[in-house]
Design a protein around this ligand. Structure first.
Ligand code: AMP
Length: 191
């Protein structure tokens, strides 16, 4: 079992059209606070990012934001976080977030979230880290993506063992257990 001291949460800077997105994001923050697991996030006070952070902070949890200087403005940055680390670039942000976390969870989001998700799972595929990556499939949001990932596998662009690196659940405690119990693939893509 992996000890999950901190989890990086990637999620939308919008809240989505259904209330369930914001609700489950808040519940994730609350749940992680209850587990004593810190949250590493992008540091924004917008969209689902804000909901996850508030869910944790309202319930005694710790949230660290890693924000690039150009986004560190009062109307965008969450001022109530436990700690805010200001970095120079988006690349530095993603790298710092990856080093500070024992696992990663993606929630529904747009381009930014998908960029973060696919970068971190690509690094896992290459054997650059061995940490678990989870999808919180609120409202079946990721089902079309999972279908596309099935196509990648069927068409010979993705190995089954790399497909299976993504841990998926629509239930927060269940996803947390999947992350804790993850057994990393032993080797990188070419080894
Ligand atoms: P998206 O999924 O396209 O909404 O983008 C979400 C990602 O955009 C976040 O994970 C951040 O990398 C970035 N982002 C957008 N707005 C902000 C903000 N106000 N503060 C921090 N990061 C932000």
């Amino acid at each position: 079992m992996t000890e999950l001291k901190s989890i990086a949460v990637y999620c939308g800077s919008n809240s989505g059209l259904h209330e369930e997105y914001a609700h489950q994001a808040y519940m994730l923050g609350m749940f992680l606070a209850g587990q004593g697991t810190g949250i590493i996030c992008g540091g924004g006070k917008v969209g689902l990012m804000n909901c996850v952070a508030d869910g944790a902070l309202d319930n005694g949890g710790e949230v660290t934001g890693v924000i690039p200087g150009f986004l560190n403005r009062t109307e965008l940055a969450h001022e109530g976080l436990t700690q805010m680390i200001v970095v120079a670039t988006m690349h530095e942000r993603k790298y710092r977030m990856s080093l500070m976390s024992q696992a990663f969870i993606a929630l529904p989001g747009g381009y930014g979230t998908m960029d973060e998700l696919f970068e971190i799972v690509t690094w896992a595929q290459l054997g650059l880290h061995r940490k678990p990556v989870g999808l919180l499939n609120t409202n079946g949001f990721f089902n079309p993506l999972l279908d596309f990932i099935a196509t990648m596998t069927k068409e010979g662009f993705l190995k089954e063992e790399h497909r299976d690196m993504l841990l998926v659940s629509d239930n927060v405690p269940e996803l947390y257990e999947l992350l804790k119990g993850y057994q990393p693939v032993a080797t990188g893509k070419w080894i």
